[in-house]
Design a protein around this ligand. Structure first.
Ligand code: RB5
Length: 159
């Protein structure tokens, strides 16, 4: 499978290890950076790159790593066609794909260890969306929200 990976400085210590893990599983990795450790970099830039790779068909799945996994998760879910979730347990890492068609796994490198991160990536990458019955119906409702929001008149917020 084609998979995009991205991280900010908080996730940087995990990225190369997870690239190797993905490659060892036979996946083609599209590296969206960061390419060096820079405390001034910002997680939304890497979430955007991974999201664009999915939207453009350069990747079917994505892995995003920041310090907590939260910022990357929030930013990635702003993008159409991205269904990202922060999963630090293996059940959610595969069930999120099977039931919810999650396509981006977010991880917090300051929260979990690298061995658990590798297990989470394996659980995520080996899972497949069930794609029928109630699971498809729920996904269709999620996609309907995405479509509705694209056409919604947005309130003019102060910030
Ligand atoms: C960066 O220092 C840190 O705030 C970021 O990686 C992440 O934890 C945000 O959710």
């Amino acid at each position: 499978m084609k998979v995009a990976i991205g991280c900010d400085h908080g996730g940087f210590p995990f990225k190369e290890v997870l690239v190797k893990e993905l490659e060892s599983l036979g996946h083609a990795v599209h590296d969206c950076g960061a390419q060096e450790l820079s405390p001034e970099d910002d997680y939304p830039d890497f979430a955007r790159s991974v999201g664009l790779a999915i939207q453009r068909g350069q990747a079917e799945r994505g892995v995003l790593i920041c310090g907590s996994g939260v910022g990357a998760n929030v930013a990635a879910n702003k993008m159409d066609a991205v269904r990202a979730a922060l999963c630090h347990d293996t059940y959610s890492a595969h069930q999120g794909v099977e039931h919810d068609d999650m396509n981006v796994l977010c991880l917090g490198a300051r929260v979990i260890g690298i061995e658990l991160a590798k297990e989470l990536v394996r659980a995520f990458m080996s899972a497949r969306f069930i794609g029928e019955g109630r699971f498809q119906r729920r996904l269709d409702k999620v996609l309907a929200i995405e479509k509705e929001q694209a056409h919604a008149i947005k309130p003019t917020a102060k910030r």
